[in-house]
Design a protein around this ligand. Structure first.
Ligand code: BGC
Ligand code: NOJ
Length: 811
């Protein structure tokens, strides 16, 4: 069953039934200021950091779901309704929610009144606009009342949800003209306030929640709206809100437009006050003036659309497969921008208070984003590397506002450092900008300990070399990519965290996943060293990589697949000898991608085993059989019910590793089959089961051993976005930036006749046509660049500012 449809021309998903199986959301904002909005107007806004600078309040995991948001109420006679359906939930004559590229449009109609709300954050602006258009489609004069509503959060979202004994006393507001200012804690340590405005005179307002809603009512039954009149309340403590009240008279056919703005202002210490206890409103007024007419709003909206045209214009495909094209051309790239911005901080499954930017997460997010805005990717790489220590270890997470490592989580996730080699090498291949390697980057955010960025890569590489276990395989630390494989935390205490309580000495448990990762990015490190003339370093590093390959072949092969790990006692994990968890996906993915033992047939055997033991109707599960009891020596992984999350769930992030592995041995049919199993646009028809948005990837789909296989959770913020984009464009379609040019070596389904891709690369446009006359999966017979045949599969760096035509004939 579907709840809407894709409008590819407008790059929108159009939801036509508000009762989606879960709230289906969108992200507004591209730089510093962000909002999440659901298809019924739920969600919240923050500046840079969803924990420390939350502007509006939201209630996670509430009953009913998705409570709190930016709401409008329309009172037309005795009928009250909301253009986004919620909170009133009055049945609408028509309802439509269009989630587009950084904007959302709601259209609701009832009894001859049509309302459209366009919600977006103009580029480079610290404010969110809601353009509200109300139209009388009846043949009579309409007199209606419009009420707006938002609820302020008291800035620190965690404190806001917990510290009520203080917070019920601190709330402060001011109201001037049509603007409601939220200034809680402004008089002491804060240099910021927020405001909610409308560009026209109002008939009333409210700022005290209890007065507006009524203590025993819900958002769907507010006293003020019922009574049809604001109370003009000023909040003192408790819960400050902002609501405007506007009386509207519309002739038949007449439309009126209103511009609402939720803004964020920072002021210098010296300029905080206009007069005693009166905040300096000048910067807010300047912001409001910028968008005080519909024309100005429309211009900013068009600018946003052009911005996305340009970003998405950098890679486009025409494959003849509609569902694939809409993933690659629109939604997958869009999601990559969102994961770049949010890391794993704020979604409808991530509360925005627990996690900031992940070291491994943000590095991986870059591989799906770097082609869009390379300058921002560069900046991010430097921010991430700045949280590293001299020995290569690093904080697992850092806060986006402070850019400082998060001490509560700490480090010792031994895969973390290696991802920096991935992001850096991908950045350089995309841009050719080797100067990044010379940039002075601090260790532990301490400028006095800055070293060239290259030294950070070296530290990352040697962090593995210096932390090998008894089989000369990498020690796992607290966990590797799989946060829940906690081999050094034997926990009997339900009140402690598996990730941060490492109670065993970590000098035995080893990870085959890190081994594969090390071989993959170790080779990349060697390549990079050679490029910049560090030949001695390259030779030395090569030895470590070869040693690792040998160690994997000797101690990491189980007969039909790669082992997953050695536990604290030196026992095998992910072996046929095990009763549960005989085979795991991560080591099959990484050792295959790294082509360890490919000549001896190990890669092929491993991938055949994946097909046999891990594949199912909805994707590839993480491990099989799933654990059915708690293994204290494995940690959190065995706590999840079988088939969910890291215990036998389809953890979508790692499925592309197998897709890429398949392309290493030329199996394009298999690679693409795996691709289509988890790509959201291919799942639209089973939305009822899948539950989450059909336009973005989710972290996990319940696996074959689950109670409800195919049901997904945790949409949006997952490394799945970048890895799938990377797998489809660079390995399946096979167009991959390299230091000396664009490599084109597709591995596609054999039934395809070919495909077209337009790709910007180093300032030039490459118009690529791939022909597959013999219906094979892999192999390039001829490569023709601007009419001339060239050797190999790498198209050189071509003249900037020009369009170039490239034909690839497979055979
Ligand atoms: C795990 C969580 C864990 C988190 C940490 C998730 O995938 O399932 O339990 O806390 O990763 O990053
Ligand atoms: C989610 C985390 O954000 C990511 O870093 C980790 O790799 C996966 N969970 C797998 O555990």
């Amino acid at each position: 069953m579907k709840y809407g449809y894709f409008d590819d021309d407008n790059r929108e998903y159009v939801i036509t039934n508000p009762k989606t199986p879960y709230p289906w959301i969108n992200y507004l904002g591209n730089e510093d200021f962000f909002s999440l909005t659901s298809n019924t107007g739920g969600g919240y806004t923050f500046y840079k950091d969803a924990k420390f600078r939350r502007l509006t309040r939201y209630r996670y995991n509430n009953v009913p779901v998705d409570d709190g948001g930016k709401y409008f109420y329309i009172k037309d006679g005795d009928t009250v309704w909301s253009p986004g359906w919620k909170p009133m939930k009055t049945e609408l004559d028509t309802y439509e929610c269009r989630h587009g590229m950084s904007y959302t449009k709601f259209k609701g109609a009832k009894n001859g009144v049509e309302t459209e709300v366009l919600q977006f954050i103009p580029l480079g602006f610290w404010g969110e606009i809601q353009k509200v258009s109300v139209k009388n489609t009846s043949s009579e004069v309409k007199k209606i009342k419009l009420f707006s509503f938002i609820e302020f959060a008291l800035w620190n979202a965690e404190d806001d949800m917990t510290n009520f004994q203080r917070n019920f006393n601190t709330g402060e507001v001011e109201v001037e003209d049509s603007v409601i200012y939220h200034k809680t804690e402004f008089k002491e340590r804060r240099n910021h306030y927020s405001f909610y405005s409308v560009n026209q005179a109002i008939n009333g307002f409210d700022t005290d929640r209890e007065s507006f809603i009524g203590l025993y009512n819900g958002f769907d039954n507010p006293d003020v709206v019922n009574e049809g009149k604001s109370k003009n309340t000023i909040a003192h403590g408790w819960s400050p809100i902002a609501s405007h009240y506007i009386e509207i008279e519309l002739q038949p056919g007449e439309q009126k437009d209103y511009v609402f703005m939720l803004g964020y202002v920072e002021v210098d210490e010296a300029d905080k006050w206009e007069s005693k206890l009166v905040i300096n409103k000048k910067p807010a007024k300047e912001m409001i003036a910028k968008f005080d007419t519909v024309e100005k709003v429309d211009a900013a909206y068009n600018e946003l659309r052009t911005y996305w045209d340009n970003l998405l214009g950098k890679i486009t495909i025409d494959s003849g497969e509609e569902k694939l094209d809409r993933m690659v051309n629109i939604w997958n790239q869009y999601q990559c921008m969102v994961t770049f911005n949010m890391s794993r901080s704020a979604s409808f499954f991530e509360s925005g208070i627990g996690r900031g930017m992940g070291f491994r997460d943000s590095n991986q997010d870059l591989i799906g984003f770097v082609h869009q805005i390379p300058e921002r990717a560069r900046e991010r790489i430097v921010d991430i590397a700045s949280t590293q220590f001299e020995d290569g270890s690093c904080y697992h997470q850092y806060q986006p506002l402070t850019k400082k490592g998060n001490a509560a989580i700490g480090g010792d996730f031994n895969d973390d450092p290696l991802w920096l080699i991935l992001s850096t090498s991908e950045y350089i291949k995309e841009t050719g900008d080797f100067s990044l390697l010379d940039e002075m980057v601090p260790f532990d955010n301490d400028a006095s300990r800055a070293k060239p960025h290259f030294d950070h890569l070296k530290a990352s590489f040697y962090h593995v070399v210096n932390n090998l276990g008894p089989h000369k395989l990498p020690l796992i630390g607290r966990a590797d990519w799989n946060d829940c494989l906690n081999l050094n935390c034997f926990s009997n205490d339900p009140n402690e965290s598996f990730q941060t309580t490492g109670n065993k000495k970590g000098d035995t448990a080893e990870s085959l996943m890190i081994a594969g990762l090390f071989v993959m990015y170790g080779k990349e490190y060697v390549k990079l060293c050679k490029r910049i003339g560090k030949n001695d370093e390259a030779v030395e590093a090569e030895v470590h990589v070869s040693n690792m390959i040998e160690a994997v072949k000797k101690h990491g092969w189980d007969g039909d697949w790669y082992l997953r790990a050695y536990d604290y006692y030196g026992k095998k994990i992910g072996s046929n000898e095990n009763e549960e968890g005989k085979i795991f996906i991560e080591s099959q993915g990484w050792c295959s991608m790294a082509e360890i033992g490919k000549e001896e047939g190990l890669v092929e055997k491993s991938l055949n085993s994946v097909k046999e033991h891990l594949d199912c109707e909805y994707g590839i599960v993480l491990n099989s059989p799933a654990f059915t009891k708690y293994h204290i020596e494995y940690g959190e992984i065995s706590t999840y019910p079988a088939g969910y999350k890291e215990n036998g769930g389809i953890f979508c992030h790692n499925n592309p590793w197998i897709m890429i592995g398949e392309t290493m041995i030329g199996r394009g049919d298999e690679a693409y089959d795996y691709y289509t199993k988890i790509a959201p646009s291919f799942l639209e028809d089973i939305s009822e089961l899948h539950k989450v948005e059909p336009y973005v990837y989710c972290q996990m789909i319940a696996g074959k051993e689950a109670f409800k296989p195919g049901e997904a959770k945790n949409s949006w913020l997952s490394g799945t976005a970048s890895w799938n984009f990377y797998a489809i464009t660079q390995y399946i379609l096979g167009v991959k930036p390299d230091y000396d040019g664009l490599s084109i070596n597709p591995c596609i389904p054999s039934k395809w006749d070919g495909f077209k891709m337009t790709r910007e690369f180093r300032g030039a446009t490459y118009n690529i046509e791939v022909f597959n006359p013999k219906h094979i999966s892999k192999g390039v017979l001829q490569l023709i660049v601007n009419g001339e045949e060239i050797e190999g599969v790498i198209v050189p760096i071509l003249e900037k500012g020009k369009k170039h035509s490239i034909q690839v004939i497979m055979g």
